[in-house]
Write a protein that binds this ligand. Structure first.
Ligand code: ZN
Length: 410
């Protein structure tokens, strides 16, 4: 049988309580042994001394239906070549183009695991802001999801101004009812930087109202957004947030480019509002800083915010698998499981992270750098743009000084 031996890494899985240097033997795409292992002479050896072997990361918020809409990257670019073995598309496809999306996916296939949150808007995020809520058809949507239940793990909606002003229906309430009727989690995007009609006060009031719809397992994405309608205002949680979290509603950091603020995250975490999930919000926009779209970088930002290695690892592994109902097949390293592994190097030094917005930089002393991905027992290299991401402290300090100067002028 085809054997792969990952040799000498630190096997680190907070869910399984593993933290030991050892080998991982992979046979037929599954984990066959952990610890000190003797492989046959035919085995392919992956030397991994000095690396961490973590359960394969699940990027719970990416845009990765192959070829569906310009917003999407290829699933491998978001996944195996970015250090993640599972990618969840966050609403790029809607219920009315789900057949098309599934066909594109079936024709092409993808390395690694792929799942999707289906948007309440008929064509998903083909149009931003979304359109077509007047065509909402619960029966048709349910049927479409039934045809592709192998792919669908949840429902997505964006609580942006256009949706909140929809004359035809209460979009977020509809999405919540629909998701709960199917027993699926609802992922709600919070924060809108482009409000023109609703006041900032009105946007935050809407967020409080929406929190009331959410149940255990629902996901608030862009949890530390600086935009109107976010979860934190002037350093404090919006009314209803604490209650929602105590009901089991999950916070997904999903920083993307600018839907995240270090000062907001720092103050939120100090008050106990840690994230449970760490999606990337990978999209196919031209980006001078592609490392934004790498789960390892996202969770490194939370190391810089004071979370422990075990905490940040859980965000992308056990928590992320549980959130999409895949705990049985993903998110842990254990005998007999699919061999989905993220090999990363924990680098120590001086790293400057940016939150992507007009705002802030944060210094860290640790960076998780993806080195290789093993998905279904096959090894994949990390793309050059992500593997080669270097942080230049001098340039970053200069940038930080410029920004401070510009801020005091304002
Ligand atoms: Zn998104």
């Amino acid at each position: 049988m085809n054997q792969i031996l990952v040799r000498g890494s630190r096997i680190f899985d907070p869910a399984s309580g593993l933290n030991e240097v050892g080998d991982i033997l992979i046979e037929g795409g599954r984990i066959a042994a952990l610890g000190t292992v003797n492989a046959g002479p035919e085995a392919t050896i992956i030397p991994a001394q000095g690396l961490l072997a973590l359960p394969g990361f699940n990027d719970i918020h990416a845009h990765a239906w192959p070829g569906l809409i310009p917003l999407c990257v290829d699933p491998e670019a978001a996944g195996v070549h970015a250090g993640a073995t599972m990618v969840c598309d966050a609403g790029s496809a809607g219920w009315a183009n789900l057949d098309e999306a599934a066909e594109l996916f079936a024709r092409r296939g993808a390395a690694g695991k792929f799942s999707a949150f289906v948007h309440l808007a008929p064509e998903g995020e083909k149009y931003l802001p979304e359109q077509g809520y007047e065509r909402w058809d619960a029966k048709a949507a349910k049927a479409a999801i039934g045809r592709h239940s192998d792919l669908v793990v949840g429902i997505k909606v964006r609580a942006v101004e256009a949706a909140l002003l929809c004359k035809d229906r209460d979009v977020v309430a509809t999405a919540a009812d629909f998701a709960h009727s199917l027993g699926l989690p609802l992922m709600v995007h919070v924060g809108d930087k482009g409000c023109v009609t609703l006041s900032v006060d009105a946007m935050y009031a809407e967020t409080t109202r929406i929190l009331g719809f959410l149940q255990r397992g629902d996901i608030l994405t862009h949890a530390y957004t600086p935009f109107a309608g976010g979860l934190f205002r002037d350093g404090n949680p919006v009314p209803g947030l604490e209650a929602a979290i105590s009901r089991g509603v999950l916070l997904d950091a999903a920083p993307g480019r600018g839907q995240f603020s270090f000062p907001i995250a720092r103050r939120a975490i100090a008050q106990g509002f840690k994230p449970q999930l760490a999606g990337t919000d990978t999209v196919a926009l031209p980006d001078p800083q592609p490392h934004f779209y790498c789960v390892a970088t996202v969770i490194s930002k939370f190391l810089a915010l004071g979370l422990s290695l075990a905490e940040v690892a859980a965000l992308a592994t056990g928590n992320a698998a549980r959130a999409v109902g895949k705990s049985d097949s993903a998110g842990a390293l254990a005998l007999g499981r699919d061999a989905d592994i993220s090999l990363v190097r924990l680098e120590r030094g001086l790293f400057i992270f940016t939150d992507g917005g007009p705002g802030n930089l944060r210094m860290g002393t640790e960076l998780l750098r993806p080195v290789a991905t093993i998905a279904g027992g096959k090894r994949y290299d990390i793309s050059e743009v992500i593997a080669g991401h270097r942080v230049d402290p001098v340039a970053a300090f200069r940038q930080m000084r410029e920004r401070k100067k510009a801020a005091t002028k304002r």
